[in-house]
Unconditional design. Sequence first.
Length: 293
Amino acid sequence: MIGYSIFRSVILNETSQIRLCRRTGSGTGKQLSMHDILGGGSEVLAKAYPPAPEPLVVYIVGDIHGRLDLLLEMQERIDKDKRQFGTRQVVEIYLGDYIDRGADSAGVVSRLIERGSEVQARFLRGNHEQLLLDFFHGGDCLREWRAVGGSATLLSYGVEPDLLTREVRADAVRRTFKERVPNAHQQFYLESGSYISIGAYVAVHAGLRPGVRLEKQRTRDLLGIRSDFLDHTGDFGCIVVHGHTPVPEPDLRRNRINIDTGAFATNRLTCIRINAEGVGVLLEDSCRIAERP
């Protein structure tokens, strides 16, 4: 079983003060296809998702999983898109699962730390970062972590392949790993947040448990919930923007938006923008506004 260390919630609104999300209408299970997204324009604004609080422009990036190349491309896309907003307050939110599976987890974290010094950015924790922290701090979870791609992360930090055999004890792997992880990376993992509330939206790694107040949500659910959240068609009290469960294309529903498009396997990292027009999916050379089902 995964253990959960102390974990802070991050709440953001236009003045960076604590604020719970506003209620929205009831949800439906209808999925918005990429045909709907790409075919949209200004004419869909009457049914668009709610706007971000003024004067915010928010970019939310899905699960990266060690793909530094895709992260760099997406950040270039964000930089190009945000030039049009001038002096508006721009915030980037990353949904967690920065590590594992892909070849350059350490490089991804280094770049996110660097990005955080360049722009206003907030970083959430995914279940993969939690496994790393649990192992780092003595948890008996190396086999579980490696089963979901942890070996790639260990290798990216310079742990020798010879240590990643069944014959080597987990404590030996842990000692080497702790020597190789820079202090700045340790701090990054420890300071990753649980959720961010922005107006009508809540950004979280995996989702929310239906019927439970935001501040009462369990860390285990915020980082790992699936069917109880995904199958719920009712109102969460906010529109939940999440990752964790890969989908072939952005899954935009009335009560939630899933932007984990399986970057490691599909070469598709997804980012949405929330501003005065509502929600748009950031494309290579444009951002198309999405209609709310």
